[in-house]
Ligand binder design. Structure first.
Ligand code: 5GP
Ligand code: MN
Length: 326
């Protein structure tokens, strides 16, 4: 029986559903990060070991720095034609299905499991495993694996430690609790290689990436008594440095790290849309600020897509963060 109302599912309910089904499609969000991908890969590997059929759907290609993740080469935009129609579609790390992109086939809600740690999750599945106190979607998956008594292989541990390291910014963000460090130590004991993850994800930049960071930082502006720092990346800057969207990921951290800054914004004006990344130090809730403009995320890290001109986007973001108390 399917409830028409969105609701939360218990660990036991989700585990029962995972045991019952024989085929699974893991869905990660557009502009995939280590959490959306690592969480699905980890659970997928465990289910394959249980003899289940597993596929991975992702609109965008796997980012260069995540291709080392075990099973990342199985990720595709197409699902095999003979895939069972009663497969469970498992969405990882997204508050609504829109984040999966435009290529997502139409799905029956009864076949949707939503695993996530976002506060604003819309509970779009028949099963919703949304734990907003968890540091990553990967640690939600770890809870399921433990409840299932599933063996945690080196490959699973590597994927899970990656979800933690990406979503805690390499153990630096405030979501890095003592529990998170304990879990990370356990995953390391199980074979996850912290050194490899650090090297591949955080210290493996193309020269073009370094150059686009430099360009964007040179363009940075400080406003509102030094509490708001923003910058932009546009097509021209990408062309001149030879960088692409993947190379722009770390710019926002630098803007946020300026002394006295409460909120940082990066406006990415390429590929047709204006994508905005917001980061805060906790004083202003950037999830709510992004929410005012149709986006979302977490208290200290959020994003949105703005439809309009860059000038209008900048005004709208200023207004949204002011309204949230900057
Ligand atoms: P980023 O700045 O890395 O693109 O996004 C930061 C965080 O904000 C993501 O981890 C995600 O949680 C959230 N986020 C980014 N863009 C969107 C969006 O368009 N909608 C929603 N709901 N969340 C977003
Ligand atoms: Mn996440």
């Amino acid at each position: 029986m399917i409830d028409s109302q969105p609701r939360a599912s218990s660990t036991q309910e989700v585990v029962a559903e995972l045991r019952k089904r024989s085929a699974f499609v893991f869905v990660s969000h557009v502009k995939p990060d280590g959490d959306t991908l690592g969480a699905g890969l980890a659970l997928g590997i465990a289910l394959r070991h249980m003899g289940k059929r597993v596929a991975y759907f992702q609109q965008d290609p796997v980012p260069r720095n995540l291709r080392f993740l075990p099973d990342a080469d199985r990720v595709a935009r197409e699902i095999p034609a003979d895939f069972p129609s009663d497969a469970l579609w498992v969405f990882c790390d997204m508050s609504d299905t829109g984040r999966a992109g435009e290529y997502l086939p139409k799905l029956d809600r009864a076949n949707v499991l939503d695993i996530d740690h976002h506060l604003g999750n819309t509970h779009f599945g028949a099963f919703n495993y949304v734990l907003s106190d968890e540091c990553s979607t990967g640690t939600c998956v770890l809870r399921l694996l433990r409840a299932m008594d599933a063996p945690i292989t080196k490959e699973i541990a590597t994927n899970l430690l990656t979800t933690i390291m990406t979503d805690t910014g390499g153990f630096m963000h405030s979501n890095t609790t003592a529990d998170v460090l304990r879990i990370s130590a356990e995953l390391t004991d199980l074979g996850a290689d912290k050194e490899e993850i650090t090297e591949k994800i955080f210290a493996n930049k193309r020269i073009a990436a370094i150059r686009i960071v430099g360009r964007a930082l040179a363009e940075s502006r400080l406003e509102m008594d030094g509490k708001f720092c923003w910058s932009l990346v546009d097509e021209k800057m990408l062309m001149e440095t030879g960088a692409d969207g993947e190379d722009t990921e770390e710019i926002i951290q630098h803007l946020r790290s300026v002394e006295g800054v409460d909120v940082a914004a990066l406006f990415k004006n390429y590929d047709g849309d204006i994508r905005v990344s917001l980061r805060g130090n906790g004083r202003v809730n950037v999830q709510l600020a992004a929410g005012r403009l149709g986006g979302g995320g977490h208290h200290r890290a959020s994003g949105l897509t703005y439809r309009g001109t860059l000038a209008d986007a900048i005004v709208a973001v200023r207004e949204a963060i002011l309204a949230e108390g900057l």
